[in-house]
Design a protein around this ligand. Sequence first.
Ligand code: PLP
Length: 632
Amino acid sequence: MNWNFKKSAELYGINEWGKGYFKINKDGNVDINPEKNKCLDLYKLTQDLIERGIRSPLLIRFPDIVKKRVKLLSDCFDNAIKESKYKGGYSGVYPIKVNQQKHLVDEIISFGTSHKLGLECGSKPELLIALSVMKTPGALIICNGFKDVEYVETALLSQKLGRNTIIVVDRFVELDIILNAAKKLKIKPHIGFRCKLSTKGGGKWVESSGSKSKFGLSPTEIVLGVNKLKKINMIESLELLHFHIGSQIPSIQLIKSSMKEGAQFYSELCRMGAPLKYLDVGGGLGVDYDGSGNSDSSMNYDAQEYANDVVDIIKSICEEKNIHQPQIITESGRSLVAHSSVLVFDVLGKQQVAKDKLYFKVSKTDAKIVKQMYEIHNDINKDNYNEFYNDLVEKKRDCLQMFTYGVLTLEERAKVEDLYWSTLKKVALFAKDKNEDLYLEIKKDISDTYFCNFSIFQSLPDSWAIGQHFPVMPIHKLNEFPSSQATIADLTCDSDGKIDVFFDSETSDVQNYLNVHDINENEPYFMGAFLTGAYQEILGDLHNLFGDTDAVHITITDNGNYTVDHVVEGDSVEEVLSYLEYSKQELIENIRLASENSIATGKLTRQESKLLLKHYEQGLTGYTYLAEQESD
Ligand code: PLP
């Protein structure tokens, strides 16, 4: 098959979802390309890192991409503001919950300094991070989420450290907590109200919006809140109005509708006498995970269009109502960090249901039905495949029944299975151009399973939990035709630990297999799961006790070179077990005592005991994932 990297790029849609940050190079490897003169071969990088002792699966973070994303969003708003002559300004805040890893947060703050990028926190622990790490003069710290007295008092006191902290009332009871704490500490609070919009966000996070959403004040509560603040002469403290209609909004129409409704809330509050300075439009700016522009995992707009619409809508409503044009705040998280992390993992082996060749002969003594299936296998061709396919399915069903009734032997059943799958492979070939539905149906059934060294639950939890699409593809061999089709199975003992829905950029539809290269025992085959920088790391769990993977931060320098800025070692087995209260000493001691007993009763030799304890101790200090065998 005449194949090259350009065809691979089309097949995997990398030029669509990669947004220029990911490409395929002439060597057939994936390139990381954050900007024009910075390019790094991901496969070569993986090999280098593994030579250094960093283990697969490994998460590679690229600060250069974070930097580009921070700048992009800021530039888009600057352009929109300039273009429409908007009188207010713009500030972004990064919601820490999207990825709280220290090195990443440090990078975001540092890249955001010139744009005054602030932080949003959704809980007390996140507030404690934000207060400590946010030192950019003038940058905002927006406090969302459930709040108790301690949370509120800490936020208020932080003003005395020079932090620009705004406490958003997410639930009506929080207003009293803030007012009481402010009175006690004699600190003027900076208060925000989060309003519940009736506009629903759409996509997978639709429940974040609408009048039954978890957070936000109803129109009645907002009116009560304003009146209360006026009554106690504290309306000056109401500085911000916030709304958030959910993450990953796929459609610009929904964004526009929410902006219109949110801006009306803003104008009404101004009319009621609230001296609002800020309008915080929340997160929701999408990431194009499949490149289609037309699904819940994609978006039908780009960052510039988003910024233009946000600014234009707010401006026109302010002009119409003749009110002050506020500082616009966004809480975009996903869009800033999703592109910056790639999970690289190796394929450990495969399960092939449909073998290319038959490794047996049908003998005279085999049951008649087995011989008939063998004839179908041999005689099927492009003219009869439809009829023969129906016969095949019927005979397979009969065979399974015959086996259940004890009429067919296990050897015969084994032949039937192989004949069935192998013939199905032929049917797929014949049906390819003639019967699309049958072809797709069979392709799904005959695809192989590639067993991969990672845990979906730890590294791609949204893929399992909500069917979120992430681009997955080989990171090398892309000049070679991917002749196999496979689903991806992870290391966990869970039938849900798999990826079997992939976006097909040729048909712009989903399919149940990924085109992959055949694997070769002596040559590692590496795949990448891309756009994993948002939410996945912190949502990941320890199912089957697979812990955090090794992670590295790579800065790309000129001429294809790079620096390894940070290596964050993944969890060892010992660490994971300690989360569950198992102590290493106790575990080892139990095995030692059991070994002594077995030595005493002659069941175990001293050498075997030594080997067992060696493996046990090494196992505890080792990686939770499958390790490459080190030669002794
Ligand atoms: N702000 C709030 C209040 C949120 O709940 C979220 C997440 O849903 C965000 C911001 C971040 O949204 P995104 O990652 O879609 O930008």
